[in-house]
Each structure stands twice: as C-alpha cells, then as structure tokens.
Write a protein that binds this ligand. Structure first.
Ligand code: CA
Length: 436
C-alpha cells in the first residue's frame, strides 16, 4: 500500500563556521588565548606583571576564532603555568538562532583532549543545561559529576538522557584527538524525533565548560600533591587546552513544514521556507488568514495544513477560537470590511442590511454585485427605535411613525396616546447556520 509520507525533514546542515554567519564568543575566569610570562608572587610585581603582560608581553597568538575558522590554526588557552585556575575555562558558541543540534565535533590541536568537562546547551544564553559529561575516568563521573558512568562508546537509552563518559578523555592521542558527540543519532526516536528529543536538542548557545586539563598520569600525581608554584614550569607550561576545530551539525527547526532552510544574506539567519500555509521563522504558526484550525507540527503521516478562514473576501486576518470550533469551524475573522460582521463576515453590521444572507465571493459577484453589498438602513433618528433594520431595510418605528425608514408621521386619527415601539417587523438572524 502506498502511503503519502507527509513529514518534511529539513536536512539543511549548518556548521559552526564564522563564514556561515555564526558568531562565537568566549568567556572564562581569566583572560584566555593570551600567552603570558609566569605570574610573579609578590603583590607589587604583580601589578607590573599585569600591565606588561596585557600591553607588551602577552600576545594573542591563538585566539578563539581559530577554533572555527576552517583552517589548521587553533585556539589555545593559557597553560597552568599561570595558575591552576586555568583548568577552568568556558567556550561559548552563539549560533544567533535556535537550531536542532544533531552533533558537536571537537578536534584538539597540539595537546590531548580535555579531561573533565561538560557540554551544555542554552536557549537564552543565561540558563544552561547539560548535554553530556566527560571525565578522565569512570570514577570521576561519580566523584566530580555524581553520575553513573556509561562505559564504552557513548550510548543512549532515552531521548533526553544525559550521560557521563570517559571514552573521549583518554590521554591518547596526544595531538589531534577528536570528540564526537551525537545528540540525535543513537537515541530512541532519532528517525522521527519526538517532542522530547526536539526540546532536548534545541539550542542557540553551546557551551564547553572545561574543568580539568588532561595530563600525563605521572604528572597528575605531581600536580595533585605539590604546590603548583613549586612545580617546574617545564611540566606545567605544556598543559593547556587547544582546539583546532569545532563542528556543529544542526537543522533548522521548521516543525515539519519546510523542505529547505537557506541562509538569508541580509540578516545572516537561516530561515525555513515554510509550506502548508505556515509562517514564522520556524513555521511555528499559521499564516494570517489561515487559522481555521489550530496550528500543529507536521508529523510523518499528516501534514497538518493550516486552513484558510472563510471570511467571504471581507478580511485577510482571523484567529482560532475553540468555542467557535466546538460549534463548527473555528476561525473568527478580524476587521471585516464593507460594513460586514460576524465570525465569517457573513452578516451586515448594525445600521446596514442586505437582501441575501451571505455576500458572494469574487469573482462570482459580477452578475449582481450591488445586491450583495451591505446597504445603510438610514432609519430616521426621530421616528426609529434604533438604527437597525431587517433584511429588507425596514426600520422599527416608534408609535406615530410609519414608512420603511420611520420617517413619516402616522395620520392624526390613527395615532395612539402612548409612545411605544413596534417590534413586530424586526428580523431575527439565525447566525448558527452561517457559522462555517
Ligand atoms: Ca581552526
């Protein structure tokens, strides 16, 4: 049996590359990317050191931009020769918009891969959630992060499982080591991502929170047991983080309503080419005038096309109303033109009338366009109870007045003593049958 598979999977891949419109920023406890002489111990010299380091000596030879420049140049952090606090460094990528991140690949340069660190995600750049923990040993998964280690190559049992692995923190290779972190592949709903997985992989900011530089095991003992100021700089100056390349694979979030997501050269953002009458940067809402049904994400089998509201060509905008939908339809037209009103611009507003119940829709009105218009009742202000009239344009007259517009005085012999309205001719409108 042939099945029309409706879900559109937007396969546009993005790469954390400055030329592709990405912006990257770095923050850390200290200046990073600078290579300075060892920090002196005395307070007085420290001031001098700071000045000379920043203005004369420190040279940013490996700026953070080198981690995403697509070349073999690399970013390098200050070594722990400058202090053990340089174990703690954060690198933050700002992708400028929210993507569904499929993977994050790191390639080290002239140092081993980072030891203990956390890969994190954020939508707003302030609140970060962990994606994955990395530790030098399985034991450190528990002692450092309080997470039971996932041994061997990383695997995932749930769509939003956050694991801790020592697989990518080994000392070898000493240079050019790689770290492959897949956030979609290997998870239960990878083939047709669940809302849970979509939420888990959505991020605008990606943060690498490094907490421990990988050292040779023998040096690790030295570093742990001795005051770092007493350690030979020959040992400590070779320990730093270095990253040659960061690759991020992502997809635009188009909720199953777009086939492509090209880069807009003007605003430097990737935008879904929305289909199914959806609009928005992520096709996350129905286009104006297409709110007959509530917006829904496209699924593998159902497109969930946004339907046009029935406004009889009198409005281009509408909104979805569940109460109206419970009766029939669901779209409520906004700003009906030509003196029309009602959920579907199907009736005339007070003070206007139309012989036919519903106006025709262009181009079918050529044969009697005049008859389809809402015409003013023109009820007499003096003789009419209100400005409303029935479908034939008859107003409701006070006693003593007659005529379609109540603008004629009743003959004196026929007048009543009391002044009271005559309601008998006022029309009732059955709106429910017009509520499409
Ligand atoms: Ca590079």
């Amino acid at each position: 049996m042939f099945l029309l598979l409706c879900r559109i999977i937007t396969i546009y891949r993005v790469r954390a590359h400055s030329k592709a419109g990405f912006h990257i920023s770095i923050t850390s406890t200290f200046l990073t990317g600078l290579h300075c002489p060892i920090k002196p111990l005395s307070k007085e010299l420290n001031v001098l050191w700071s000045l000379t380091s920043v203005f004369f000596v420190c040279v940013e030879r490996h700026p953070i931009e080198y981690a995403i420049d697509g070349t073999n140049r690399w970013w390098q952090s200050p070594s722990i020769m400058n202090g053990m606090d340089y174990h703690y460094v954060t690198v933050t990528l700002d992708l400028q918009q929210v993507f569904q991140i499929a993977y994050v690949f790191l390639k080290a340069a002239n140092s081993p891969r980072p030891g203990n660190w956390i890969l994190e995600r954020s939508l707003d750049g302030e609140t970060f959630m962990p994606w994955q923990y990395y530790a030098i040993t399985d034991t450190e998964c528990i002692t450092r992060f309080n997470i039971v280690p996932r041994t061997g190559p990383p695997s995932y049992m749930h769509d939003e499982e956050v694991i801790c692995t020592s697989f990518y923190s080994k000392i070898h290779p000493l240079e050019n080591g790689e770290i492959h972190t897949s956030l979609i592949n290997g998870r239960p709903s990878a083939d047709d991502p669940s809302p849970t997985l979509l939420n888990f992989t959505s991020a605008r900011y990606i943060r690498l929170w490094f907490q421990r530089i990988r050292t040779l095991n023998a040096d690790l003992m030295t570093l742990a047991l001795n005051d770092p100021r007493d350690i030979d700089p020959i040992v400590t100056r070779r320990y730093y983080y270095s990253i040659k390349d960061i690759s991020v694979g992502g997809m635009c979030i188009c909720y199953g309503h777009a086939k492509a997501c090209p880069l807009n050269p003007y605003n430097k953002k990737f935008s879904c080419e929305c289909e199914h009458n959806t609009c928005g940067e992520s096709c996350d809402r129905c286009c104006p005038g297409y709110n007959q049904k509530p917006w829904m994400a496209g699924t593998f089998l159902t497109c969930h096309v946004c339907e046009k509201c029935n406004c009889h060509d009198k409005s281009e905008e509408c909104y979805y109303n569940q109460t109206v939908a419970d009766a029939k339809g669901g779209g409520v037209c906004l700003g009906c033109s030509e003196n029309t009103g009602g959920n579907n611009c199907q009736s005339c507003v007070d003070g206007y009338y139309r012989p036919s119940e519903v106006s025709c829709v262009q181009p079918n009105c050529w044969w009697d366009s005049e008859a389809q218009l809402c015409r003013p009742c023109q009820c007499s202000a003096r003789g009419s109870v209100s400005q409303r009239c029935d479908s034939e344009g008859r107003c409701i007259c006070w006693a003593g007045y007659v005529g379609r517009r109540c603008d004629l005085m009743r003959p004196p012999h026929a007048r009543r003593e009391t002044r009271r309205p005559i309601f008998s001719t006022f029309p009732t409108v059955n709106i429910s049958k017009l509520n499409f």
